[in-house]
Design a protein around this ligand. Sequence first.
Ligand code: AGP
Length: 612
Amino acid sequence: MCGIVGYIGNKSVNSVLIVGLIRLEYRGYDSAGIAVIDNGELEVRKEKGKIKNLENLLKIQPVEGNIGIGHTRWATHGEPSKLNAHPHIDCNQKIAICHNGIIENHLHIRTELIKKGHLFRTETDTEAIVHLLEQEMKRKNTKLLKDVIPSVIEQIEGKYAIVILSEYEPDKIYFMKDGSPLLYGKNTEESYLASDIVAIVPQAKEYYVFKDKEWGWITKKEIYVFNRNNEPVTIELEKVKLQAIHLDKGNYEHYMLKEIYEQPDIFRKIIEARTGEKGKVRFDEMKLSNDILGRITRILITSAGTSWHAGLVGKLYLEQFARVATEVDLSSEFRYRNPIAEGDTLVIAISQSGETADTLAGIHEAKARFCKVLSFVNRTESTIARESDAYIDLMAGPEIGVASTKAYTSELIHLLYFALYLSGIKWLTPREEREEIFNEIRKLPAKMEYILNKADQIKEWAKRFKDSKDFIFLGRQYNHPTALEGALKLKEISYIHASGYAGGEFKHGPIALIDETVPVVCIAPKTSVYEKMVSNIQEVKARKGKILAIVTEGDDQIPEIADYVFEIPYVPDYLTPILTVIPLQLLAYYTALERNCEPDQPRNLAKSVTVE
Ligand code: AGP
């Protein structure tokens, strides 16, 4: 996915665009560029690599103006390079566009336009659009983009959020949107376009999230929006709630570390918001009635990556507390397997960003089968939230680090609250039991802080094992997903190969990997499967694997066997995955630092995978 920003106002457009692009860098950082109307002329500056490189270029080759567009890229078509960086321009170098998404039929368009004499400079799908705009302007003998955008929309297939700057219309920025996020922001004297609201706070005071197939243009003070039938649309602006303070790293070196340490306070906020009177759970924003939820006989969870790991824990919660049969699918599998799902099936989509393409596609599959869709999202203005029948806000605040941490534990606690909510509707869990669970949940923030205060122990693990070639993570039941999550965290930011396995699967093959060079993280808190995990640890020991155990405080058995032990406070089985993941988040972070990897922007990754 990529980040797009556009600005018309009274400020120097460079600074506004660069600040916006820095805020969007989590969406991709292969290359970046801007296009500006400088003294009536279209000027483009772009550079490979991070936005810093673009800033350095602008010092050498400055541009000035009050209107412009910018882009930070996660390469889909065409390698990360200066040439393939956006913006892309037409043959006459009068029109520039930035694009987030994929144009499925770009090769066909490119071939046809080359026959008509268009000169393509890059390998990108995006370039086909700007030449198509140019061709349509020629065909219709016009210099106005509003005369050609509708016919271009008709000809392109795929997902896009596009902003367009034309030297022929130096006071406008055009936009077109279908399938990729784009929003409009404004204050009295300025207009913005952006992929995400984080790019334009605190300047923008009101905003509007475009719907699919909407297009139009903005000027300094106005916006003109048209729908898929090219009819004018009257938009309703919403007040911007997000404050810039949430986007600041504060005293932390990286967003990832800040977001790991935010978890206790985020849990305090969530507990306060979700705990109603008499053991009831509150979901004020969820627009699914108890009547509908009471009739659900089956749940299908669809999600990706870390959110899929949360779904695996969610299954255990929903089956244990709400007694509803629950399946969990990777979104990229769910959408292609022709799932069996009818009206009595609730499809749950879990997505921090609310923009993951495969998860969004799963929602469409579900709605085609008349299932109700409930999404758990951290971005309530996201496409997934808007296209679901209802959503639950994860309340974790903006998560900028590419490796998801606070959103994961927020997903877990919200899935537990939802299971308790359903059990309440079905009168399954007595109020006293629910109160007991609420009491245990209330203790979590302090227990999280207890763990975070012992981060130095994990720093030692990172120092000792930073050069390992392989890491194995083992866990059972509630902590099998923790093993998967711990492995994902480590591999995605330190680039060490890591795999997570269910402890019971260990002897079915993975044990062959063990020798004295392989650290094995064994997640073995005091739960109903503790003794089984002790057996796993013995098996690793017998094969000289290095054992790093996460145990419950006071455990006097595993410390006798393991090489390294990290203690977490006691919690009931079902709360262990919320605590055991925290030392693993820290392990991934400090290992990345030991290996001089960039934790917030790991190579090849982006924060949200909005392409399939
Ligand atoms: C998490 O650390 C990863 N960066 C990634 O797996 C992420 O969880 C996945 O892409 C799903 O994202 P979503 O929750 O925004 O849908």
